[in-house]
Design a protein around this ligand. Structure first.
Ligand SMILES: C[S@@+](CC[C@H](N)C(=O)[O-])C[C@H]1O[C@@H](n2cnc3c(N)ncnc32)[C@H](O)[C@@H]1O
Length: 403
């Protein structure tokens, strides 16, 4: 039976799943906004998965998420930018924080996430608060999806990223950072991210709770990440050192400044009844760097992509697909949709992708290719022809034999 658009979105980009897990865990803190949002989203398949961990690991995760959640709120209050971009917003109620501060909130995430969370959020806002809140389905690897969503915005923007960079493959990580850099060069402002050391934060929390080592938490976290990310092509935010991450950001055109959690975060709300533990943790977090990045002038060429287009034909048992533009989270479901329709009508034993006009393939595009390739009886008959040199680099890890 043909899959609907939502199911196709899930197939090409399962990372969105991780964000519901974060909301479920955070709702355990009892914060009323988090509880309301958690009750509003569809969490049916997730509750068991999110909590099916060793209780100390789960507690460590909840406290670390609470720390990052509240740090986001502190930064939103502190910034002198009138517009805050929550990239990626997931399912968290940060829109309420921003609207109560009378700041414009732009919640950016994959369309499958923003479609659901925007309608949940609207139930918990007054009409006046709703004026401050804008959700947009974007793909962070796609500059124009974010730029278009910011149409009409004036003045500096403050982008806050919590839980994104470690999930990408190397190619997409670079694209996302270059896109954010380009937005900041255009609007001014800054980019805060706790992704600089997000696994270390969890490991330190776990060690303080249990008196044990950090390794168990790091291993649990890595296995969770691998279920949703493309592990064969790890990036430095999942596998590198802090110094490598900093150098990478500098190479993308950012000036990187850091501050420590205790400088800005004075309380951990979920631990307010356990002051000794709270103070112990806050002092342990002195090790962790949070970053604030600003864009430097650069001469980097700005990419222009052709609009996405696809043309299918079947002859002599070969499905030929001509692709143009970007194959990413937004466009990959369209490819799969038409591919599924072809499969229902025709039989074919070989697939040839003409990539001569394909400018970019994100991990969502790679997933779509993988689905098509694996459905063939002989996966060696999946071919990607005429790919340019840059594209070949992004395809090489998964499709070396096909290009
Ligand atoms: C670990 S969650 C973090 C979400 C939120 N900041 C939080 O703390 O709960 C990762 C989020 O990244 C989003 N995401 C994954 N790939 C993306 C992309 N290419 N563009 C925009 N968002 C993306 C997922 O949908 C998911 O909501």
């Amino acid at each position: 039976m043909a899959l609907n658009h939502d199911e196709l979105l899930k197939k090409v980009n399962p990372i969105y799943f991780s964000a519901k897990g974060c909301l479920i865990l955070l709702a355990e803190t009892g914060d009323p906004d988090l509880v309301n949002f958690c009750n509003g989203v569809d969490t049916e398949q997730l509750t068991a998965a999110a909590t099916a961990q060793d209780p100390q690991i789960t507690r460590g995760r909840i406290i670390s998420l609470d720390v990052r959640y509240n740090m986001w709120n502190v930064l939103a209050e502190e910034t002198d930018c009138q517009t805050i971009v929550d990239l990626p917003c997931g399912y968290l109620p940060h829109c309420l924080t921003a609207a109560r501060l009378k700041k414009n909130y732009y919640g950016f995430d994959l369309p499958i996430v923003t479609d659901e969370i925007s309608s949940v959020a609207s139930k918990f806002m007054t009409d006046r608060e709703k004026n401050f809140v804008h959700y947009h389905g974007v793909d962070a690897t796609n500059y124009f999806s974010m730029r278009n969503a910011l149409r009409g915005v004036e003045g500096k923007i403050c982008i806050i990223t919590d839980g994104l960079l470690g999930y990408f493959n190397r190619n997409d990580l670079k694209a996302v950072c270059e896109n954010v850099n380009r937005l900041l060069r255009e609007f001014g402002g800054c980019w805060y991210t706790s992704d600089s050391q997000f696994t270390d934060l969890m490991a330190i929390t776990y060690a303080a709770l249990t008196g044990g080592g950090r390794e168990e938490m790091l291993a649990a976290n890595d296995s969770g990440r691998r279920q949703v990310a493309d592990s064969e092509d790890e990036n430095i935010f999942s596998a590198g050192t802090l110094e490598e991450r900093r150098r990478f950001m500098e190479a993308c055109g950012f000036s990187v400044k850091s501050f420590r959690y205790p400088e800005k975060l004075r309380v951990i709300p979920s631990l307010k009844d356990e002051p000794a533990l709270m103070n112990q943790l806050l002092s342990a977090y002195g090790e962790i760097e949070e970053w604030v990045l600003t864009a430097e002038e650069t001469n980097a060429a700005e990419r222009i992509d052709l609009p996405f287009a696809q043309k299918f034909s079947v002859s002599d048992g070969v499905l030929s697909v001509q692709l143009r533009g970007r194959l990413d989270t937004i466009t990959a479901p369209k490819l799969l949709e038409e591919y599924e329709a072809c499969r229902e009508k025709f039989s074919f034993a070989e697939i040839k992708i003409d990539a001569s006009e394909l400018s970019y393939v994100s991990y969502a595009g790679l997933r779509a290719f993988r689905i098509m390739c694996e459905a063939l009886e002989d996966s060696r008959r999946f071919k990607i022809l005429n790919a340019g040199d840059d594209l070949k680099k992004s395809l090489a890890a998964d499709f070396l034999d096909a290009i």
